[in-house]
Design a binder for this molecule. Structure first.
Ligand SMILES: Cc1cc2nc3c(=O)[nH]c(=O)nc-3n(C[C@H](O)[C@H](O)[C@H](O)COP(=O)(O)OP(=O)(O)OC[C@H]3O[C@@H](n4cnc5c(N)ncnc54)[C@H](O)[C@@H]3O)c2cc1C
Length: 484
């Protein structure tokens, strides 16, 4: 039987201790005007920010409300735009040890299992410069923790209850006030810091969907002739049905099979650790093909999570330029493009790269503006594509669904031809395909993106002229940041 979905201790997961000390970033460039940066939230985004800003020469204090850190028992997809960064940061071999490289994405009809969409993923590294992995969330969190640990003072049981953007400072639940130079709200979808930045409340919006999540030991699938192929050939399998879909993939070196079941939200809660009813889950997916029902019969408990997102914000920066947002705090999205954590970690990479150039207080404002300018459009487009998949995957049976399937089949044929003939026809980019992973322009934009390259290019094109000169010119301005 599948184990209880209790939070997984990070200690039990993958390790890259010491890796960050052996890697150099930003061509060894470090800020000659170091800041004390206060990060709120020890999720994937907060940890990545601690690593990147520490590498950039800043002092980091990270506040986490929880008493212990870790992640829930569930899988996560690491697309090439994210694995590129993790490899650069020294986590490449750990990723390879705990991750599974999926061979393809396969999209199926829910009731029959018929394959309608197919995109091969074995050439991800060749095409986009870095591999695609499926791993356990606890493994990714532990990798990021190990990378950040040498560069941060971590304060657990430190619930931030107030932020003064002018001081700037954070107030903890105990009443303690901690001062710094810059505050980063990496405090997730229910972000308190976002309210401070915007000056009003702006709660995340329910998307109408919720997910059940469960992990099944792979030996149960391997023992069944009908199911063993799902492990033997590690593809990401999606089953699309009316108002519902399932995504399933292998993690932990194919020892565990991760199941995510999206369905209409019927009053679930926003919590990573809320338990759902396994019987209700089985009832909700009773019209799915026999293989799905068989896997669901192995599950005795499940996590349930209400999916929230939010329209792109107008800004991520408080007018004081001392408080900014990062990750789900500013761009929560449906997980239907597998990009939420990737976007949070890319935010951190761009921010670290830009702030490694800080040599005078006057540069902070334009560098933070560059962070927003580089990141907001990309995350907004990713939010949009994630919402689009909700519509595509959940079509009710009928003419629109038939048209979707016909479009996906056409893309599948083109994909199979590409593999048979060794190349894709020049005009065969499958732009606008209902299978968004078949659309080559979307793939290039999403997967070939290099956060450091984006920041370096901005500096070469714009920043050096606009910001470089401020170091000498503005040196006369009496604008003093607190020193370390
Ligand atoms: C079902 C599902 C599947 C997903 N699959 C993928 C995927 O395959 N690939 C992918 O890239 N992304 C995926 N995501 C998205 C991804 O999990 C999130 O985008 C990512 O975890 C966001 O990270 P974060 O650091 O911004 O926020 P969080 O992980 O939410 O971290 C916020 C942290 O801040 C702390 N905190 C909050 N308020 C305070 C406070 N006041 N004081 C102190 N601490 C505070 C919280 O305790 C928490 O530790 C998925 C999400 C879901 C729901």
């Amino acid at each position: 039987m599948a184990g209880r979905p209790t939070p997984v201790s990070a200690d039990a997961a993958a390790s890259v201790e010491g890796a960050s000390q052996h890697t150099t970033l930003y061509n060894i460039r470090k800020a000659s005007h170091p800041l004390h940066i206060l990060i709120v939230g020890c999720g994937m985004g907060g940890l990545a920010a601690a690593h990147c800003l520490g590498k950039a020469g800043h002092k980091v204090t990270l506040f986490e409300a929880a008493a212990a850190i870790g992640e829930v028992g569930a899988g996560i997809q690491i697309t090439p735009n994210l694995s590129r960064l993790l490899r650069r940061w020294g986590a490449g071999s750990a990723l390879e040890a705990v991750g599974v490289r999926p061979e393809a994405i396969v999209l199926r009809r829910y009731a029959t299992g018929e394959r309608v969409g197919y995109t091969r993923w074995t050439d991800m590294e060749e095409k986009y410069g870095s591999p695609y992995y499926h791993i356990h969330r606890a493994d990714l969190h532990k990798l990021l923790f190990d990378l950040a640990a040498p560069y941060m003072t971590l304060r657990l049981k430190s619930n931030v209850v107030g932020v003064d953007p002018d001081a700037p400072s954070v107030t903890l639940g105990t009443g303690e006030v901690v001062h710094g130079d810059l505050i980063i709200g990496a405090d997730g979808v229910k972000s308190l810091v976002q309210r401070i930045v915007l000056g009003h409340t702006n709660p995340a919006e329910p998307t109408g969907d919720a997910v059940y999540r469960a992990i099944v030991p792979s030996h149960l699938l391997l023992a069944d002739p009908e199911l063993r192929e799902l492990v033997d050939v590690p593809e990401m399998t999606g089953w699309m049905g009316p108002r519902r879909h399932i995504m399933a993939y292998n993690i932990r070196a194919k020892n565990e099979y991760n199941f995510v079941l999206a369905h209409p939200d019927d009053g679930s809660v926003e919590s990573w650790t809320a338990e759902g009813s396994a019987d209700k889950m089985r009832a909700d997916f009773a019209d799915f093909e026999p293989r799905v029902r068989k896997i669901l019969s192995f599950i005795d408990s499940t996590l349930k999570w209400r999916l929230m997102d939010r329209k792109p914000l107008k800004t991520w920066i408080h007018p004081s330029h001392r408080v900014i947002l990062l990750g789900d705090a500013c761009h929560p999205m449906l997980p239907y493009r597998a990009q939420g954590a990737a976007m949070a970690i890319e935010d951190a990479a761009v921010l670290g790269n830009l702030l490694s150039r800080l040599s005078h207080p006057a540069q902070l404002k334009p560098l933070l503006q560059a962070y927003e300018d580089l990141r907001l459009p990309r995350t907004a487009e990713t939010q949009r594509q994630s919402r689009l998949n909700q519509k595509i995957f959940h079509l009710p049976d009928g003419p629109e669904q038939e048209q979707r399937d016909a479009d996906m089949r056409k893309a599948t044929e083109a994909e199979l031809r590409r593999w048979r003939e060794g190349k894709r026809a020049a005009d065969d980019k499958l732009a606008g395909s209902a299978n968004q992973w078949a659309d080559e322009d979307k793939n290039l934009a999403q997967f070939a993106y290099d956060a450091d390259e984006a920041a370096e290019r901005w500096w070469a094109d714009v920043g050096e002229k606009q910001v470089g000169g401020l170091a000498s010119g503005a040196a006369r301005e009496p604008q003093v940041l607190s020193r370390l």
